[in-house]
Each structure stands twice: as structure tokens, then as C-alpha cells.
Write a protein that binds this ligand. Structure first.
Ligand SMILES: [Zn+2]
Length: 328
């Protein structure tokens, strides 16, 4: 039932995006470098000069909505989920609700070197399952809602590292800021439902054991501003609150595929953000397939690319493959 024999004959992204980003994307060949070497090899003298390729900011796609953003000696992780256990999410049969939550350090450690911050966008299994392990290993501060933190605590995450947010925060760090915005999850099916909906406020719930136990717990969007110049907006799922994001004008937006049930999802988003210079697609790969192979599109990539082009023709659509890095 979980046979993997249709693995990677398709490499569909190659049909779509080979011309868009390869020139500026480079495979992060150093991914296996041990954590201890990181501080010495990441430049301590960022150059935020604003021109493409000289921002001093690197974005690496770790599959699904997992991103590593590095600049200077800082590393920010977004929804780092690398274990990618099989769920059947994108099969005709759909996700198996009783799929157990598992964490596999052998699939995480080669790619996660260290982290200062982990931004949790929402609470689902494909965003949050690996966070307790990565937080404990890196010592990173974990931003998320009260519900996210309660579920993470139930999974054993160190509560002393939580920074609980709800939207509206404007946080100052050393050389960068993080703004937090209320956002919305994508809605699917005839009744437009959020998968595994709900919140876990108040007390810590029983330990989540299956994918169905990790509920949305509200959805957040984050804008990271580096050196008071370069702005990255991160959206984890195909929906947003227009009035929350109005006026932000990020340089780069990480935008999730999907959104067919949301009125003019991409068109409104591009207009609300005043047409970012770069859009990086996210959440478009079928995560039944591994991270160390080319991404397999579940079908959302080309519609997103076309919608961005139609709504924002001057925006560059930077289509990274698994583990590729972009330096704007
Ligand atoms: Zn989700």
C-alpha cells in the first residue's frame, strides 16, 4: 500500500521550472557538515546591499514547508519537518488518520546544522512533528501559539524555549526583526473544511500519537526583516488574512500551493503584498517521497506559477528543488 515503486521517474518540476531558478539556485552540498563547524563557516560579516545575489540572505528548501533561512551567524527554521513518514496524504485514498507520529534523527541530522529560531506556522503533523527533537538539539527559541506549544510540550519539547505569540507581535532580535500575523489554513472539500481543525489552549493535552492528534492550533504568518532592509514573508498554507498583511511589501514571499477554495487566492495575495520581487513556492511536493531525491509535485506547482505570473508579471518565481538554496 505504501509501495514506493513510482518514485522519481517523473521529476515533474524539471518540466516546469528548469529555466526559472536553476541559475540562481545551488545545491547545498555542504549539508552533511556537523553542527560544530557551522559557526566557523557562516560568514560573520553580512552584506545587505540590496542587489540580487548580494542580500547576504540564503534560503534553503527542506521540502514541504520546511525552510532554513541563514544570514550572518543566524539561522531561522520554518516548520522544519524532515522525517517525512508516509501518510498517503496525496493519494486517491487520502491520508490515513491513524498514521503514527515518528521522528527519525537520521533523516534530520544531516540537514539541520543549528538554529537560533524555529517559527511554527501551524500545528499539523507535516509542520510540527520534528520540532521537539530539533528544538532540544539546537536550543532554538520556538515561536508558536499557545496551542502549538501545548502540543509540543505534550511531545516532550523544552517549554523554557517557547515564545508564545498570537499575531501582532513585532520582535527585535540581534540584527533582525520578526513580525507575527494572524493567518488562516487552506480549506478543502465541498464544505471547505480545515483538516484536523481545532485548538489546544489551557492545559497540556495527552501526548499526540497519530497525525490526527496534531490539530491546526491556529495559523500564523511571519515577516522577517533582516538588517532593516530585506523582508521575507512566510506563509505555510494556501490562505491568508488580507487585512493582516496589507501594506507589508516584502521583498520575497514564500507562498503555498493550492488555495482553489479561496477567492482569488494568488491574485489578492500578490496585490496585498504589492507584488514582491520574488516568490518561492512551498508545500508543493508529495512528502511520501524522500527529501534526498527530486521533489515530486502533487499537482499544485504549475497552477501557482501561472497564477503568480498572471497576477504579478514582474515577480520572479524561484522554483527550488529539494535542498536547493536561493540567495536573493
Ligand atoms: Zn496544514
Amino acid at each position: 500500500m505504501t509501495s514506493n515503486d513510482r518514485r522519481f521517474p517523473l521529476t515533474r518540476r524539471r518540466l516546469l521550472g528548469a529555466s526559472t531558478a536553476v541559475a540562481t539556485a545551488t545545491i547545498a552540498a555542504e549539508v552533511a557538515r556537523p553542527t560544530s563547524a557551522v559557526a566557523a563557516t557562516v560568514s560573520a560579516t553580512p552584506s545587505w546591499q540590496g542587489a540580487p545575489g548580494s542580500s547576504g540572505v540564503h534560503l534553503r528548501w527542506l521540502g514541504n514547508n520546511a525552510w532554513e533561512i541563514t544570514f550572518g551567524t543566524t539561522t531561522i527554521l520554518i516548520d522544519p519537518w524532515l522525517t517525512r513518514f508516509k501518510t498517503g496524504t496525496y493519494t486517491p485514498e487520502g491520508i490515513r488518520d491513524d498514521t503514527p507520529l515518528t521522528v527519525d534523527p537520521t533523516k534530520i541530522d544531516p540537514y539541520i546544522r543549528g538554529a537560533n529560531l524555529i517559527l511554527v506556522c501551524h500545528g499539523h503533523y507535516d509542520h510540527m512533528t520534528d520540532v521537539p527533537y530539533i528544538a532540544a538539539r539546537t536550543g532554538a527559541t520556538v515561536l508558536g501559539t499557545e496551542s502549538h506549544h501545548n502540543m509540543l510540550r505534550a511531545l516532550g519539547a523544552p517549554a523554557s524555549q517557547f515564545c508564545t505569540v498570537r499575531g501582532g507581535e513585532y520582535l527585535q532580535y540581534d540584527g533582525f526583526t520578526v513580525e507575527v500575523f494572524r493567518s488562516l489554513h487552506s480549506m478543502t472539500g465541498a464544505s471547505k473544511q480545515v483538516p484536523y481543525p481545532g485548538t489546544r489552549p489551557g492545559t497540556v493535552p495527552p501526548r499526540p500519537t497519530t497525525v490526527a492528534d496534531l490539530v491546526e492550533g491556529d495559523t500564523l504568518a511571519y515577516q522577517i526583516t533582516i538588517g532593516e532592509r530585506f523582508r521575507i514573508l512566510a506563509l505555510s498554507t494556501a490562505n491568508f488574512v488580507e487585512r493582516e498583511l496589507s501594506g507589508l511589501r516584502p521583498d520575497l514571499a514564500i507562498v503555498a500551493a493550492g488555495g482553489g477554495t479561496v477567492h482569488d487566492y494568488v491574485g489578492r495575495l500578490m496585490g496585498t503584498l504589492d507584488h514582491p520581487t520574488w516568490v518561492l513556492p512551498t508545500h508543493w511536493d508529495d512528502f511520501d517521497y524522500p527529501l534526498n531525491q527530486p521533489a515530486v509535485d502533487w499537482g499544485g506547482l504549475q497552477p501557482l506559477q501561472q497564477a503568480v505570473k498572471a497576477a504579478s508579471p514582474k515577480t520572479t518565481f524561484v522554483n527550488l528543488d529539494h535542498l536547493e538554496m536561493f540567495t536573493p
